[in-house]
Design a protein around this ligand. Structure first.
Ligand code: SF4
Length: 264
């Protein structure tokens, strides 16, 4: 039995509705034809107007940005890429960028905080009074030439009045030092003073409590010791501080298999 035709009383009802619908359609057609015959024009169909929504403009492709840390292979390439650096406000009053100096294949890298006035004038790291003390530590203590190690700082331009480097200055400059470490790949890093170790390891550091204990930068052993300037600024304590630095330097020598001379 088909559910379209139905059965019994409901089937009869459907049949009568169908007949009625057929009649209505027939009458409508007749009426329409009569209207058309009398010249009436049916309205033209137009699709409803739709408010045009502008399509979003495609976003411009981002321009390639220069990498914040230049990809370079040699220290010379890196130095050239720094150029006449204007990446932080220290560029305004500096006389020279103090890039760093020493052997590209140095086993030991000394890292201080930033150039002083003498360094700014000469464009070389650790050349003032504190630098001369460092040179004596290297040549008379370790027993190697200064140009066999590499010496650099956290920042490369002299901060006015020898103040500590500021956060934005360090952030702008430290990628260059990190790249230098990457190129040199020293067997050991010796940091000089609190700021150098704090910025390389990115943690607070109490130099008087924590110096002389091995740490690591990446996989490179790192020995934190006093900055030579700190020894010079504490003449009353000079002997004690020099003795502590010498203990730290002997640990570095021992790691590198350098014999400590009795006369040192
Ligand atoms: S301190 Fe470093 S980042 Fe700042 S201007 Fe000098 S080289 Fe550039």
């Amino acid at each position: 039995m088909s559910f379209l035709t139905g059965s019994g009383r409901s089937g009869e009802k459907i049949m009568s509705y169908t007949a009625e619908l057929g009649k209505i359609i027939k009458q409508t057609k007749t009426l329409l034809q009569a209207e058309l015959d009398s010249g009436l024009e049916l309205p033209e169909f137009k699709p409803p107007a739709v408010n045009k929504v502008p399509l979003p403009m495609p976003l411009p492709m981002p321009l390639p940005m220069p990498p914040s840390t230049p990809v370079t292979e040699t220290l010379n390439d890196l130095k050239n890429s720094i150029g006449d650096c204007r990446r932080c406000k220290l560029c305004g009053r500096r006389k020279n960028i103090v890039f760093g100096e020493g052997a590209e294949n140095a086993s030991i890298m000394f890292i201080g905080e930033g150039p002083g006035m003498d360094e700014d004038m000469q464009g070389r790291p650790f050349v003032g009074e504190a630098g001369q003390l460092l040179t004596r530590i290297i040549e008379n203590g370790i027993g190697i030439k200064r140009d066999q190690v590499y010496i650099a700082n956290i920042i490369k331009c002299h901060p006015p009045e020898n103040r500590d480097p500021e956060k934005d200055e360090i952030e702008a400059c430290i990628p260059f030092l990190k790249k230098q470490i990457e190129i040199i790949r020293p067997k050991v890093i010796c940091t000089l003073g609190r700021i150098a170790v704090r910025e390389l390891l990115k943690r607070d550091f109490k130099i008087t409590l924590e110096r002389g204990r091995w740490l690591t930068y990446g996989n490179i052993p790192l020995m934190p010791t006093y900055h030579p300037a700190y020894i010079l600024h504490n003449p009353g304590n000079e002997k004690k501080l020099k003795g502590e630095v010498w203990q730290d330097i002997q640990k570095v020598m021992s790691l590198l298999g350098i014999e400590v001379k009795k006369s040192s």
